[in-house]
Design a protein around this ligand. Structure first.
Ligand code: SF4
Length: 411
């Protein structure tokens, strides 16, 4: 079976619009089969329906069919709430409208897309119902918005509609430079050593997604990596005929890695690397400086982006609080939140610490940083906070001069 791209790396495309304009039919047309529930009764789609697919030549994508958010009923309230969450992870939007109908509701959605810098394509569905198409088109062209006509119920129009949507998505992708995870940190033909502890938290029979992605990123760039457990560090160095260009470890063994790494070897952690891959690393680093200023009774919010089953030695609930309290020299008030949606009312915290966010898309991670910025509460992540607790963060940030500068300036 072909391995699929991880969901967090797929382009997330939200399908928005009023209830019953044909959003689900459009998704079925793109997918080529029934995915979403389609009914002539307005508001049949209550929760978002997701469809992952390989949309060639665009690449791996997730379409998210949202419920219409123009419904004033009580159930509609729930739909509106669910749909608003989708904005957080949308990287491209299809705004579906009934051909000829474009009002305040659609303008409000476009305003929200603009504010969030989400590129949007308007899809005028049910084009067969439009009587004065030429006039409407001429009038709409003046608005300077990108739009297409479609009839999602007409399978003969499938190729035409899907190709136009692909063109739009390709243009968005074209504008974005593909980001490397860590290969840009190594010279051509370079070598990295990955230190991966195989402890209680390590899943049975496999390694976790960020580690797999790091290995693949180097292979894509024709660079190499070797994986070892912390027990073999640094003895492995004497067996290598070349010095590694970078050593990367799990945050929990960062102090061990750094204390035994020769000064001329660059070191960092997977969590720090991913803080830059999905978000603004310098901002996480600046916020981490606050770990050094914590005092007993300070309030800390720990944000885990998924609700995994915590184990006895859980990082967010046991280990990190213990390290933070040691650093602060006394008991802290720590609340742990878990879930994809960032909690509201975080103003009371002195510092927020996000998990590695392996399930989050880049858009979601940046949205979290934006929300923290808006309420002026520093947000760092596990890797940075652990590095600061261990007193080794400056060494871990050496491969990232901008983040190192931000950290030092805020110390
Ligand atoms: S890093 Fe965050 S998103 Fe990934 S498994 Fe842990 S809690 Fe979930």
């Amino acid at each position: 079976m072909k391995e699929k791209a991880p969901k967090s790396l797929r382009l997330h495309i939200g399908i928005f619009g009023r209830a019953n304009v044909g959003k689900s039919s459009l998704l079925n047309l793109i997918a080529g089969h029934e995915t979403a529930l389609v009914s002539p009764v307005p508001g049949t789609t209550t929760d978002a329906v997701e469809k992952t697919m390989e949309l060639l030549p665009v690449g791996p994508v997730v379409f998210i069919d949202t419920a219409g958010i123009d419904d004033k009923s009580e159930l509609g309230h729930l739909r509106v709430k669910n749909t608003r969450k989708i904005f957080e992870r949308t990287e491209a939007a299809l705004l579906v409208c009934e051909a000829g109908i474009f009002g305040g509701y659609e303008r409000e959605l476009l305003r929200e897309f603009d504010e969030r810098k989400i590129p949007a394509l308007i899809v005028f569905n049910k084009e067969d119902l439009l009587e004065n198409r030429k006039e409407f088109e001429k009038d709409f062209l003046q608005k300077g918005r990108e739009f297409i006509f479609s009839n999602a119920r007409d399978a003969s129009k499938r190729d035409e509609t899907v190709n136009k949507i692909k063109d739009f998505l390709m243009r968005i992708q074209g504008g974005k430079k593909e980001k490397s995870i860590l290969s840009h940190l190594l010279p051509a033909g370079g070598l990295a050593v990955f230190i991966i502890p195989i402890d209680k938290e390590a899943p049975k029979g496999r390694i976790i997604l960020p580690q797999v992605m790091a290995i693949r990123d180097l292979l894509d760039a024709d660079k190499s990596s070797i994986c070892i457990t912390e027990k073999n560090w640094p003895e492995i160095l004497s067996k290598l005929s070349v010095k590694p260009d970078l050593v990367v470890c799990d945050s929990q063994v960062a102090d061990l890695m750094v204390s035994r790494a020769p000064k001329d070897i660059k070191c960092t952690t997977f969590s720090i690397i991913f803080s830059g891959f999905k978000g603004e690393m310098a901002e996480f680093a600046a916020a981490a400086a606050l770990v050094n200023k914590l005092k007993p009774s300070d309030k800390i919010g720990i944000l885990e982006a998924c609700s995994h089953h915590p184990i006895e030695d859980d990082i967010g609930r046991v280990k990190l609080p213990k390290w933070l309290e040691k650093k602060a020299g006394g008991k802290l008030e720590i609340d742990v939140f878990s879930g994809r949606k960032m909690p509201e009312e975080l103003e009371k915290y002195k510092l927020l610490i996000n998990c590695g966010g392996c399930m989050l898309t880049g858009a979601e991670m940046k949205n979290r940083q934006e929300k923290a910025r808006k309420i002026s509460i520093p947000l760092t992540n596990y890797g940075m906070a652990i590095g600061a607790c261990f007193g080794v963060l400056e060494r871990l940030l050496e491969p990232f001069p901008e983040a190192l500068k931000a950290y030092r300036e805020n110390l």
